[in-house]
Write a protein that binds this ligand. Structure first.
Ligand code: ADP
Ligand code: MG
Length: 710
């Protein structure tokens, strides 16, 4: 029996990507002309002829069967935040002799028709016209997924309605990639680049997650139904000591990570970095950056693999943004850059940034984009769990700002004040003070972990994204707003003409820098003073998802997305509706779970605890001793029982009245403003009671049990 977790390093290159129908597999299996045609389809969006599609489908099926697959599925990403699939066996109509053929036709490869009526569509597709199509995305390779049910060929697809509206994450992403490709290529042409054919966004998404013991997980209804703890007193030890961050991996976690890596590598996911994170039981996995559409798919595979492998190890992976109150939550850092097809990173400042005017123009265009569309960027990171994290002095604040570092800020400031940047501040040497370590050239920028959007040398790191969320929408927004800024710059430069090019570029950089420097903030984003300062600068501060959602459909966004063919107004409205509904549904589940746990678990435990205290008081007094301490605890516990019971009734009332409303903004507001405070009010007495009641009587594992006993 081969144990996948003990495959050794030397063998990694042998099996990396073995379950992917990648270039290597295609080249080996496809006739030359079919391979060429497919490459053209991938690189230039050309359509495949039906014959070639049949050929590719056949070879893909043969390859998949050799890898043990019996079924195929169109793998897509509806607006549920997770992936969806419907499996079909390769078998086709039984033959007369009773045997069966295994087949996959070009048509089946290219187009599927799942019953779409039960996926969120925000009114785009009334149930009577439930038709939805999945369409092969040949730019992301097909792969084999293995689980207890066997092996399945997964074909990445986009998911659209009968009338072509996007019902998924992938479709707008591909559209936004075309927009940025067009506008960025146009811009670099003006700077004399004639060799690059395309510009593609590259993304590396660092994924944070918690690992807990599965047996304990199963004892908590809140974790099962909502992915986070809705109750729980803080343990005596939290993360104050910072001893978990980058600490040695515990053996059980190390074994788990090793298997996660092996599984991901087989799937061609370049999992690279792993370490403990700040909170106890929190970890991170970062892959090497890839083209954004592949990075989006791979991030989904990473999340699924983290979960699946955990189960096998008797563990449970929590991807929720805030599994434990009072403990650091989890995010996803979306590292984004723009790369030409011939390998030039447009966000690389070069050695002397002041000379690199193309870089400075691109940089100031990005500042302009982020400043002009801060609300939209904020919205793209809005999901239910993230409300508990953003602005919590551990995650980026809910205010969008850009960290540039001293060196670049200095260049921009010189430009604004004198009209030219004469010098680049030298990063200088970083002396380590250890003679055996050679001096390393200090980076031009220091790190700033508190910024939501930080320039980190040759890429931007968008740190607001929630750990559970798809990275598709932040990248859709980034690609589109930057395409828009590039568009404006190109228009101006083109109309100025070649003679005035240098001067016009210079003026543009200066103007953009001056107009948008307010979005640049190098200081501590966690500080209270930043909130005040940001307000003074007129920057939006949007702490809640419900208040972020309207940015999707305001006039500016509608125009933007329409101009670049990324979303129609109808699609934006549908997304807005889906988001309000998701918020309300999630809050409703949380509220209902709290009620159930209080009624069935906590109140009974508190009452039992009070009973046992009361017996102690009588016994102590009967023995003629002083029972004042026990009596005091009993009185406090009794008060808490009353408080919890009242809070439970108020929560029920608030929930029932919110539930009565139709889905939409009003309902979401009711959940946020009435239900959420009622949930907090119920949690308080229960958490306090947990500290009083005998541990033997407490019905669920505590925070300490969950976080320190993995
Ligand atoms: P850290 O942020 O912890 O210093 P790195 O900078 O090495 O770590 O990388 C973090 C993530 O950013 C990784 O997923 C990495 O692949 C990705 N990354 C590195 N360079 C780029 C780039 N040019 N474009 C996009 N992502 C990048
Ligand atoms: Mg990072």
């Amino acid at each position: 029996m081969e144990n996948s977790s003990v495959r050794t390093g030397a063998r990694v290159p042998e099996y990396f990507g073995e379950d992917v129908f990648n270039e290597k597999a295609m080249q080996r299996r496809l006739p030359k002309h079919a391979y060429r045609e497919l490459k053209k389809a991938i690189e230039e969006g050309q359509e495949l002829t039906p014959e070639t599609a049949d050929l590719i489908a056949h070879e893909m099926k043969e390859w998949a069967m050799e890898h043990g697959a019996t079924h195929f599925t169109h793998w897509f990403q509806p607006l549920t935040g997770v992936t969806a699939e419907k499996h079909d066996a390769f078998i086709s109509a039984p033959m007369q002799d009773g045997g069966v053929l295994m087949s996959l036709s070009g048509k089946e490869l290219i187009k599927g028709e799942p019953d779409a009526s039960s996926f969120p569509s925000g009114g785009l597709r009334a149930t009577f016209e439930a038709r939805g199509y999945t369409i092969w995305d040949c730019t992301s390779p097909a792969f084999i997924r293995r689980d207890e049910g066997g092996a399945t060929l997964c074909i990445p697809t986009a998911f659209c309605s009968y009338t072509g509206e996007a019902l998924d994450q992938k479709t707008p992403l591909l559209r936004s990639m075309e927009a940025i490709d067009r506008e960025a290529t146009r811009l670099v042409r003006l700077f004399g680049n004639t060799h690059s054919k395309h510009v593609v966004p590259y993304v590396g998404a660092e994924q944070e997650y918690f690992i807990i013991d599965r047996e304990k997980y199963l004892q908590r209804m809140d974790l099962i139904f909502t992915g986070r703890t809705l109750f729980g007193a803080m343990p005596p030890k939290g993360q104050e000591l910072d001893d978990h961050y980058f600490g040695t991996l515990r053996p059980r976690i190390a074994a788990y990570m090793s298997e996660v890596n092996t599984e991901l590598w087989r799937l061609g996911v370049p999992a690279k970095t792993q370490h403990n994170e700040a909170a106890p039981a929190q970890h991170e996995l970062a892959p090497i950056y890839e083209k954004v559409n592949v990075a989006v798919d791979h991030n989904q595979l990473i999340m699924q693999t983290l979960k699946r492998v955990a189960t096998r190890h008797g563990l449970r992976c929590l991807l929720h943004e805030k599994p434990f109150d009072g403990v650091n939550g989890s995010g996803k850092h979306d590292n984004w850059s723009l790369m030409t097809d011939d390998g030039i990173n447009l966000l690389d400042p070069g050695v002397t940034p002041h000379e690199n005017i193309q870089f400075l123009l691109i940089l100031t265009c990005i500042l302009k984009a982020v400043d002009d569309y801060a609300e939209l960027l904020r919205e793209s990171a809005a999901d239910v769990g993230n409300d508990l994290r953003l602005g919590g002095n551990e995650a980026p604040p809910a205010i969008i700002s850009v960290f540039l570092g001293e060196q670049l800020l200095d260049v921009l400031t010189q430009l604004i004040s004198t009209g030219r940047a004469a010098k680049t501040r030298d990063g200088g040497k970083l002396l380590t003070g250890v003679s055996t370590l050679s001096d390393i050239s200090k980076d031009g920028t220091d790190r700033n972990r508190t910024s939501p959007f930080a320039f980190t040398g040759n890429k931007f790191e968008f740190r607001m994204v929630g750990s559970r969320d798809s990275i598709a929408s932040p990248n859709v927004v980034l690609n589109t707003i930057v395409a828009d800024a590039f568009h404006e710059a190109s228009e101006i430069l083109e109309s100025a003409g070649a003679e005035c090019f240098d001067e016009t570029v210079h003026d543009l950089i200066k103007r953009y820098a001056a107009e948008h420097i307010r979005i640049v903030f190098n200081g501590n984003g966690y500080s209270e003073s930043w909130v005040t300062e940001a307000k003074r600068r007129g920057l939006p501060n949007i702490p809640s998802m419900v208040d972020a959602i309207p940015a999707l459909t305001d006039e500016k966004s509608v125009r933007l997305f329409r101009d670049y063919g990324v979303f129609s107004e109808k699609e934006l409205i549908s997304r807005m509706e889906v988001k309000y509904e998701t918020y309300s549904k999630d809050m409703n589940i949380e509220a209902r779970t709290m009620l159930e746990m209080t009624n069935k678990l906590f109140l009974p435990a508190m009452i039992r605890g009070a009973g046992s205290l009361a017996s102690s008081v009588s016994a102590i007094e009967a023995a003629g001793a002083d029972a004042s301490v026990s009596r005091k605890l009993l009185v406090r516990l009794n008060d808490l029982i009353k408080e919890a019971s009242d809070a439970r009734e108020k929560l029920l009332e608030a929930t029932l009245s919110a539930e009565k409303n139709p889905a939409g903004r009003t309902q979401a507001l009711l959940f946020r403003d009435k239900v959420v405070p009622a949930m907090k009010a119920l949690r308080k007495p229960v958490d306090e009671a947990e500290m009083i009641v005998d541990k033997q009587l407490w019905p669920v594992p505590s925070y300490a049990d969950l976080m320190f006993e993995v």
